[in-house]
Design a protein around this ligand. Sequence first.
Ligand SMILES: Nc1ncnc2c1ncn2[C@@H]1O[C@H](COP(=O)(O)OP(=O)(O)O)[C@@H](O)[C@H]1O
Ligand SMILES: [Mg+2]
Length: 408
Amino acid sequence: MRLLTFLRYYREIRKDGPADLEWIQAQGLLAVKLSQIFALRPDMLSIEKCRQLQTMYRNASTIPPEDVEEILREKAPVGFYDSIAWFDEEPLAAASVGQVHRATLANGDEVVVKVVKADHKRKFQRDVKRMMRMMKFAISLSPKLRRVGNPLALLRHVEDYTTRELDLRNEIKGGAELEAIQESLVEDFPMPKLRFPKYYPEMSNEHVLVSEYVRGKTLEEGINDESLPWDYLIELFRIHGAYMFGVGTFHGDLHPGNCIIDEDGCFVFIDNGAICQAPRNVSLSLFNFFDEMSKGNHDAAFEALLGVASQRPSEDRVERFKSKMEEIYDGFGEKSVGEQSLTDLMMRTVRTAVEDAGADFGEEGFPIIRSLMYMDGLVIRTHPKVKLIAEMGPSLNEFRKGLDMESM
Ligand SMILES: Nc1ncnc2c1ncn2[C@@H]1O[C@H](COP(=O)(O)OP(=O)(O)O)[C@@H](O)[C@H]1O
Ligand SMILES: [Mg+2]
């Protein structure tokens, strides 16, 4: 990303009207990733703008169709081709970092092969370096900039998790990590409806990943053909919520394209490369917030949320925060998700928490907020009449008991 591109990018993000998303996608992975972060910053952008940028989570495909065969010939592990009996040239999906193809192995196993575009990483890292330099320069001219959401730390965070995503071996590692947690909870918090795809590490490396072809449909497909019953979604929230709130280690990118319901009705988490950690004070504060909200205790809920701030704000700031929150959550218990979206509430909450209570979610706080927004989007698109927080009550109780949240 060059200076002029960067300036245009910044203008697209900050200007009042909608951003030109196609142009942003054409600038490459860094521009897309940064936009996904801005999408969660209602304290910096208008809520409408955030909502527009949030659509980039679903359409993040930036890669033109390309010669997959050449990548495979150059990058696949030795012996890869000997193990493949059939390879579907037509991609199953164009992915955000590469492409996914169906194939059959010589032993008859049905698999998918994911390939990362060869020069993706180089371009991304070059863009990050350039942007670092530009930001340092800008900060030296105007030190005030450093305080605007700490841009350098943010950029480092994006660099870190995107670099992890670009190495496909991390998907195998991430899947194993989540599975180990599932096993460790088998007594206290069983999740029989969750499973992970079988991976083929001997046929995979940084650029190529081979995993079981999961027969079924993604949540995205289930949303579109209106086949997701409510008790399925509740079960998904129960599982994902346990990871997010109870364990603090979770699938950091569980949008509806990254979860397949297989033929036995199990949830299969795919795209397991971005495992995230929620700082304890963030996950616990949010848990207590939802828990108190589900019981209708607004004041206790707002109080719990103050736990995300590194230190308790002055009493008049607390007062102002609470009265704004009271406005935001007025009539909350009676409204369905369709009438009042959780994402909307959450964006207004983040804004108030940052502006009035001096809360600092930190870059590490974003994945959990993003996850909650995905879940909310899922409900709005399938069961808008539901009163989500009230429905979550039983799961929250189970977290408390099974995941031992009281003692923390
Ligand atoms: N193991 C699999 N079985 C069946 N379909 C898959 C599998 N892996 C990926 N897909 C399909 O390909 C899409 C993109 O794959 P994904 O691993 O999520 O790539 P990306 O990292 O680009 O998001 C998924 O949304 C799903 O439709
Ligand atoms: Mg995906």
